[in-house]
Ligand binder design. Structure first.
Ligand code: HSE
Length: 440
């Protein structure tokens, strides 16, 4: 049987990994598909750098149009990243009736609806397992193995860079800035780490998970996004004293017909499996009504894990083409007509428990002033720490105070913090970390 022909757009780290999988695992791929996969064209603007993989003469070029218009190519693999020209190329490939595999979460988060409609209109598929949690087969699990379930919640540690930084801050009591510098030197964080540390990369991935779990389109700006830049070694230490780890969590919930979609630092109890996800690893916890809780854990980024996911999609497509039916499971796991646009809950309406950290003047009546304002807004304090030793400040007479609340409404917490911050005894902006108690 003649090979399935693939064209690769983007010969960067992941592209190099894809070529390695195709070359190193050619035999097992053929045993599993009954035919081989031939990388017919590889396109990149840089066609001179040696990436350590050999390509047949004539395969590598800078001619994207040649690839997109080549009638021999069945599947286009888009690994350029970013919005443009990736969006234009993917649309062009779909309109030329080519299947597309991409790892581009930013593109999907902002233009997914347009791209998936184009795939549907052209009778081809768009697959993106590598876009969420790299090598962890989370999208295929939602789309296929778990598709008989209604999901009530999805929780993810989806950014290896942030998880690496938070783990080092926890294990070695290091500061955010110094760990970030090291992560950049080690190649874990980009030279511009904004998308990672500000939670944007995690939110891109959450938008895909929310659509797939709940069958809804969600606009990217409907996802509340807060990164880890304000978390200090002090907060990590307090969290640990209280029996928690701080994780950057993506949270999607279906609650009475509306969606919660948020990314923020979150306190996770030490005895929950998500608390043990350390370093650059990713994990996703799903709640299905019949299967119950499921936790998937593994490599969320990097050349090998991501290339594994890309090639899983390419082989899935190759099998469908080979079967002759040329039909595919819908990309989001719902038939396109069934996908709705559910309302997204405002953050003000969130109800949960909160960690509040204040840096205050050490003077009589400080606690009373803070707790009075919290009480005025109906916020009840569950526990409190006022350390006398662990805080080092250049300024004499300054202390941290930490309070854990009982369940409260976010709007009330924010209004209370605004009032508290206006008090002269408050020396820094207060820090709020949400607590997630339902991750057992
Ligand atoms: N920058 C991401 C991470 C990997 O640190 O997990 C690609 O999404």
């Amino acid at each position: 049987m003649k090979p399935i022909k693939a064209g690769l757009l983007g010969f960067g780290t992941i592209g190099t990994g894809v070529i390695k999988v195709i070359q190193n695992n050619a035999a097992v791929i053929e045993q599993r598909l009954g035919r081989s996969i031939q990388l017919a064209r590889v396109v990149d603007l840089d066609i001179t750098t040696d990436r350590g993989v050999a390509l047949e003469t004539g395969v590598l070029s800078d001619d994207a149009q040649g690839l997109l218009n080549d009638p021999e190519i069945d599947v286009v693999i888009e690994l350029i990243g970013g919005y443009e020209p990736a969006r234009t190329f993917v649309l062009q490939a779909l309109n030329n009736h080519k299947h597309v595999v991409t790892a581009n979460k930013a593109l999907l988060a902002l233009h997914g609806e347009e791209l998936l409609r184009a795939a549907d209109d052209n009778g081809v598929t768009l697959m993106f397992e590598a876009a969420v949690a790299g090598g962890i087969p989370i999208l295929a699990s939602i789309r296929e193995n778990l598709c008989a379930n209604q999901f009530s919640g999805v929780y993810g540690i989806l950014n290896g860079t942030c998880n690496y930084i938070l783990t080092r801050m926890t294990d070695n009591e290091e500061d955010f800035a110094s760990v970030l510098g090291d992560a950049q030197k080690l190649g874990y964080a980009e030279s511009d780490p904004t998308f990672d540390i500000e939670g944007i990369d995690t939110a891109h991935k959450l938008s895909i998970l929310v659509s797939m779990c709940f069958g809804t389109w969600i606009d990217f700006d409907q996802i509340y996004t807060e990164g880890i830049t304000r978390i200090s070694a002090l907060d990590i230490e307090f969290a640990s004293q209280l029996g928690y780890q701080v994780k950057l969590l993506a949270i999607g919930k279906l609650d009475n017909g509306s969606i919660e979609a948020r990314v923020h630092p979150t306190m996770v109890r030490n005895n929950y499996p998500m608390a043990d996800v350390s370093g650059v690893f990713n994990a996703i916890r799903l709640n299905g009504d019949f299967v119950g809780p499921v936790l998937l854990h593994g490599g969320g980024a990097g050349m090998e894990a991501t290339a594994s996911a890309v090639m899983g999609d390419v082989m899935h497509i190759a099998r469908s083409i080979t079967s002759g039916a040329n039909t595919f499971a819908p990309s989001l796991g719902y038939t396109p007509v069934a996908i709705t646009r559910l309302p997204v809950k405002a953050m003000d309406d969130l109800v949960g428990r909160y960690y509040l950290r204040f840096i205050v003047e050490d003077s009589p009546g400080v606690l009373a002033k803070i707790s009075t304002i919290l009480g005025d807004f109906g916020i009840s304090i569950n526990s409190m720490i006022q350390p006398d030793e662990m805080f080092e400040s250049d300024v004499e007479g300054i202390l941290p105070i930490v309070m854990m609340t009982h369940e409260a409404r976010e709007k009330n917490v924010r209004q209370a913090l605004e009032k508290i911050e206006a008090l002269p005894i408050i020396k820094e902006q207060c820090l709020l970390i949400r607590i997630e108690d339902k991750l057992d």
